[in-house]
Write a protein that binds this ligand. Structure first.
Ligand SMILES: [Zn+2]
Length: 298
């Protein structure tokens, strides 16, 4: 059974398991100044499921149109489901989850949902370089974080024409991130972990053993609600050490919104992975390559 993965930019992927088509997030339509991936939401004709990591526009925007065009069912947080219903997706195509669910996607594919954490967008360095060591900012209250996020949005809005119009068109009224989720797929050829923002609960990660892990590499990592004390590269490697996957595929590391995001340098991540988990292979994926992701189990 051919099992392939396409990267569609940012943290969006398309997983194909035989006849089954699963979108992991749905943010495909990006600003013209970002590198184009060769696919737009309007050209998506087939999808059975859309699993959504969290409710921010750079993950969720597009799911409503793919669901309407294909009849796919959206799995996501209660906030994701609330927004999708408001966008006109039939309730029968919405499956709210909070972590703890096992969902059958086909005769031989299931996905388990786990609670997770969003990267610390509220910190003074929301988009650090992958090798930049960031320290401190511990114990910051929710209210203080909200103030910082307000300031971040103000900076984003100051970026100018193309960004403003994109933010306006993609605004779906999300109240925060809606609670981040992790997805653990089991297929006949292996297991796949999907993460779309750089955060986790370590008690959850350390008990998961995926063959392949998609790990988000953007922003200041979040460990159990506190910002990582160290670099993004160290954060990704620490996650790989907890999970011990055969392969790591990165997500969210491209320059998806120039001016706000940055192209993440993978070299420091490769270096830290080699140090922390020398047996894990880092796969550098291009857009829309349809790569087989599992090598045969021994
Ligand atoms: Zn987000």
């Amino acid at each position: 059974m051919p099992i392939t993965l396409d990267w569609l930019g940012c943290a969006t992927f398309r997983l194909t398991v035989g006849n089954l088509v699963v979108f992991l997030d749905a943010y495909i339509d990006r600003v013209p100044s970002a590198a184009q991936t060769g696919i737009t939401t309007d050209t998506v004709k087939r999808a059975d499921w859309i699993v959504v990591g969290h409710s921010h526009f750079d993950h969720l925007y597009g799911a409503e149109r793919i669901a309407k065009a294909t009849g796919a069912t959206i799995i996501g947080s209660y906030e994701t489901v609330r927004i999708m219903e408001a966008q006109g997706v039939p309730v029968a195509q919405l499956m709210p989850v909070a972590g703890g669910e096992k969902i059958r996607l086909s005769k031989d594919v299931t996905v388990d949902v786990f609670p997770s954490q969003h990267s610390c967008v509220w910190t003074s360095q929301p988009m650090p370089a992958s090798e930049a060591v960031c320290l401190g900012e511990l114990g910051v209250t929710y209210q203080e974080q909200q103030e910082h996020i307000k300031a971040l949005w103000a900076r984003l809005s100051a970026l100018g024409g193309e960004v403003i119009s994109h933010l306006t068109i993609s605004a779906q009224g999300a109240r925060g991130d809606g609670g981040a989720l992790l997805y653990f797929f089991e297929t006949p050829e292996g297991s796949l972990l999907y993460q779309d923002t750089s955060g986790h609960w370590s008690g959850i990660l350390q008990n998961l053993r995926p063959d392949v892990a998609i790990l988000a590499a953007a922003g200041r990592g979040n460990i159990n609600g506190e910002p990582v004390q160290g670099s993004l590269a160290q954060f990704v490697a620490r996650q790989a050490e907890l999970l011990r996957p055969g392969k790591v595929i990165l997500s969210h590391h491209d320059n998806w919104l120039p001016g706000f995001s940055r192209a993440i340098d993978i070299t420091p991540i490769r270096t830290e992975l080699a140090r922390w988990t020398p047996r894990t292979e880092l796969i550098e994926m291009g857009y829309m390559t349809g790569a087989p992701i599992f090598t045969k189990r021994e």
